[in-house]
Write a protein that binds this ligand. Sequence first.
Ligand SMILES: *[C@@H]1O[C@H](CO)[C@@H](O)[C@H](O)[C@H]1NC(C)=O
Ligand SMILES: *[C@@H]1O[C@H](CO)[C@@H](O)[C@H](O)[C@H]1NC(C)=O
Ligand SMILES: *[C@@H]1O[C@H](CO)[C@@H](O)[C@H](O)[C@H]1NC(C)=O
Ligand SMILES: *[C@@H]1O[C@H](CO)[C@@H](O)[C@H](O)[C@H]1NC(C)=O
Ligand SMILES: *[C@@H]1O[C@H](CO)[C@@H](O)[C@H](O)[C@H]1NC(C)=O
Ligand SMILES: *[C@@H]1O[C@H](CO)[C@@H](O)[C@H](O)[C@H]1NC(C)=O
Ligand SMILES: *[C@@H]1O[C@H](CO)[C@@H](O)[C@H](O)[C@H]1NC(C)=O
Ligand SMILES: CC(=O)N[C@H]1CO[C@H](CO)[C@@H](O)[C@@H]1O
Length: 338
Amino acid sequence: MMKSILCFSTLLAGLGLVQAGFDADSQNNVAVYWGQNSINIANGTEAQKRLSYYCETGDEVDVFILSFVTKYQGTGGYPELNFANAQNNCTAINGTGLLDCPQIAEDIVTCQGLGKTILLSTGGSAYTEGGFTSEEAATESAHLMWELFGPVSDNSSVPRPFGKAVIDGFDFDFENIEMSNMPAFANELRSLYSDDTSKTYYTTAAPQCAYPDEADGPMLNGTVYFDAVWVQFYNNGCDMANWVPNTTTQWNFNFDTWDNWAKTISLNPDVKVCMGVPGDTSAGGGYEPPSTIGEIVDYIVDQNYTSFGGIMIWDASQAWNNSGFVSSVYSYLPGASA
Ligand SMILES: *[C@@H]1O[C@H](CO)[C@@H](O)[C@H](O)[C@H]1NC(C)=O
Ligand SMILES: *[C@@H]1O[C@H](CO)[C@@H](O)[C@H](O)[C@H]1NC(C)=O
Ligand SMILES: *[C@@H]1O[C@H](CO)[C@@H](O)[C@H](O)[C@H]1NC(C)=O
Ligand SMILES: *[C@@H]1O[C@H](CO)[C@@H](O)[C@H](O)[C@H]1NC(C)=O
Ligand SMILES: *[C@@H]1O[C@H](CO)[C@@H](O)[C@H](O)[C@H]1NC(C)=O
Ligand SMILES: *[C@@H]1O[C@H](CO)[C@@H](O)[C@H](O)[C@H]1NC(C)=O
Ligand SMILES: *[C@@H]1O[C@H](CO)[C@@H](O)[C@H](O)[C@H]1NC(C)=O
Ligand SMILES: CC(=O)N[C@H]1CO[C@H](CO)[C@@H](O)[C@@H]1O
């Protein structure tokens, strides 16, 4: 058994397929947010490109997180979407804030064919809805999200933004806002995952490193089963810039807190804690070059923070303009194969 597994991974490495989707047993997962064009250039070579471009050129990336669903209960009672410049390739769906995005649909299939896990994130710093007024509204919305983005159902007539493409799970990235009734939403969605046994669906969140996280806190408090969290170790007093080399006593950089959260509070004690980093100097405060990220990862591993699961990068547009960043960061992760 062991031997055939080894042969299989050798074969994959030989083909140059270094990564193949989210792996809960790995410490070298790489997740990248796509959709918000954070480089903020509308046209030209530096602007965000279509999703498949990043999947085809990002061998080291396991997970792409599409951002963002900006509302759960928007115009016409449907969720709303925003993909920055990528939505120029979508059309509005009449009577809703949804978008019909055949190119993203095509690219989701292409990316999944390359082994990538594709998640859909709700939130972002512009999210202002604050969750749901009741548990009933939350569970109803979970069913609608599943119908819109989960497996295709013959008896459903909802306008699916990605057509027949089916995402691999849902991410929560709520910031600067108090959220109501989110555990009910997340748990209902998770219970729907079992409707489709043809593949594994994931639930993830991107809290700030300051603990407890105000916005995602109620979901992280032992109430919701998360497969991974992409903790934002940027823009905060606990971020990577506050890591001090050559000491085990870190006063501010707080990966220890999150490792402890994983092992003692998280509903899933084997949840993976991935370190969220900015992809370039202006993608977020506290940018560090790959070599420093590598030193921080060494510290995390030396401290036996075994919940560590890899790196999250915000976002594709900036990381790709920062030549070599993604592959270099990957090379410093435990068990990296290149
Ligand atoms: C929009 O579509 C064009 C034509 O296929 C493609 O080259 C471009 O990368 C797409 N842009 C985005 C941001 O998805
Ligand atoms: C959009 O829907 C409204 C009613 O919901 C209808 O009056 C209108 O004609 C529709 N527009 C298009 C372009 O389909
Ligand atoms: C569609 O049918 C399936 C069973 O085939 C059922 O579980 C599901 O609730 C139905 N969905 C809707 C929207 O009616
Ligand atoms: C988490 O749960 C504890 C105990 O039930 C409670 O005291 C605390 O306020 C909760 N924290 C958050 C962020 O929800
Ligand atoms: C501090 O640690 C770094 C690696 O993290 C090492 O390269 C350097 O030599 C150390 N410096 C001292 C003074 O120990
Ligand atoms: C590292 O942590 C794990 C639990 O996560 C524990 O089983 C193991 O004994 C620890 N190893 C060391 C060297 O402390
Ligand atoms: C993109 O990368 C180039 C080359 O390093 C750099 O000169 C430019 O400032 C970057 N663009 C942005 C918007 O960061
Ligand atoms: C030539 C070209 O691609 N123009 C686009 C530049 O960006 C604006 C704003 O996003 C689009 O509306 C144009 O189509």
